[in-house]
Design a protein around this ligand. Structure first.
Ligand code: BTN
Length: 325
């Protein structure tokens, strides 16, 4: 175990621990402990240092724990999940599972990380992924049919996320087409689907979820969009491992229903959670911007936009939606 992670395991209880005690426990010097504490701070953790007392996390933290997550899964998810890996640090959970997919690993492979060094967002953006209590989760799923059968899958994942949030007491989460989760128009979570395989034959999809649970503003400075985290929205901290169990259970349940029925099964649920229903929105197309009234999504997950009394359909890809004041 790397020293920084070993220290974090000790500090997770939110109490003071002296540098000497932590150094001795790990067979390292106080100077090495000090350096490791600095690296944790640089990665997003707020740690106080008080002379004569030692180090303390600003708030206790529940570290991700594979056993607790597996114990909390629904029966259906337990049966379908073949592998769950938990990392302290990784470049990107999505990138990792795409590699795993190329190596031919089975379906139902999930991974999580406390921190991502190169978290990926949609449209080639970075997903800022500091240490400190957010969720970075990816799930690999194999489909026997081609990519054409997967229209609406990313929207269906939004439905899964919304269900999981409601299970932990957050009923205000809304969906922004194609797949952001908003509360009061601020972004709480994002979903990134990446695929490998055949356009017409078997393919593997990696579904990545980034959920702001406890995000330190100092480490979110580069995030352009307005964001919010669960800590701000709920009266009590939600145990993170429980939240991951709910997320994975809902994702797997939605995937199994999606395989059987397609997106149409989720259309009305998606529309019930639409953050922009009947609002004037702006669509950014590759070559121009247009305005219209958002009228939800159709059975395939295409956005319906009303313009001059006519309903037009837009598929995701190069289209992005903005709300209007
Ligand atoms: C978005 O831009 O809204 C999508 C963000 C998706 C971020 C998640 S975090 C876990 C997974 N691994 C990544 O590198 N990205 C996704």
């Amino acid at each position: 175990m790397k020293l920084a992670y070993a220290l974090l395991v000790t500090l997770a209880d939110g109490r003071f621990h002296s540098g000497t005690e932590m150094g001795e426990r790990n067979g390292r010097t106080r100077a090495a402990v000090w350096k490791a504490i600095q690296s944790l701070q640089a990665n997003g953790l707020e740690i106080f240092s008080v002379r004569g007392k030692g180090y303390r996390l600003a708030q206790p933290i529940e570290l991700l724990n594979r056993g607790i997550i597996l114990d909390g899964l629904d029966k259906r998810a337990s049966a379908a999940l073949n592998v769950l890996e938990v990392f302290n640090e990784i470049d990107s959970t999505n990138a990792y599972l795409l590699e795993i997919a190329k190596q031919g690993e089975a379906t139902g492979y999930a991974c999580l990380a406390e921190q991502q060094r190169a978290g990926r967002g949609r449209r080639g953006r970075q997903w800022v992924s500091p240490h400190g209590g957010n969720i970075y989760l990816s799930l690999l799923w194999r489909f026997t049919g081609g990519v054409s059968q997967l229209g609406g899958l990313s929207l269906a994942m939004g439905v899964a996320l919304r269900r999981a949030l409601s299970e932990v007491g957050l009923n205000e989460a809304q969906l922004k087409w194609p797949n952001d989760i908003l509360v009061g128009k601020r972004k709480l979570a994002g979903i990134l689907l990446e695929m490998t395989g055949d356009a017409s034959g078997p393919c593997a999809v990696v579904m990545g979820i980034g959920l702001n649970v406890r995000s330190s503003p100092a480490h979110m400075l580069t995030v352009e969009q307005d964001w919010v985290d669960l800590q701000d929205l709920l009266p009590e901290a939600i145990p993170r491992n429980h939240l991951v169990s709910r997320l994975l259970s809902q994702m797997i349940s939605v995937l199994e229903d999606f395989e059987r029925h397609g997106f149409s099964h989720f259309q009305s649920e998606w529309n019930a959670g639409d953050a922009f229903a009947k609002q004037t929105v702006e669509l950014h197309l590759p070559d121009r911007r247009i305005e219209g009234m958002a009228q939800g999504v159709d059975h395939s997950g295409a956005l319906l936009l009303e313009r001059d009394g006519k309903l037009e359909r837009f598929h995701s890809g190069e289209v992005s939606l903005r709300g209007r004041a």
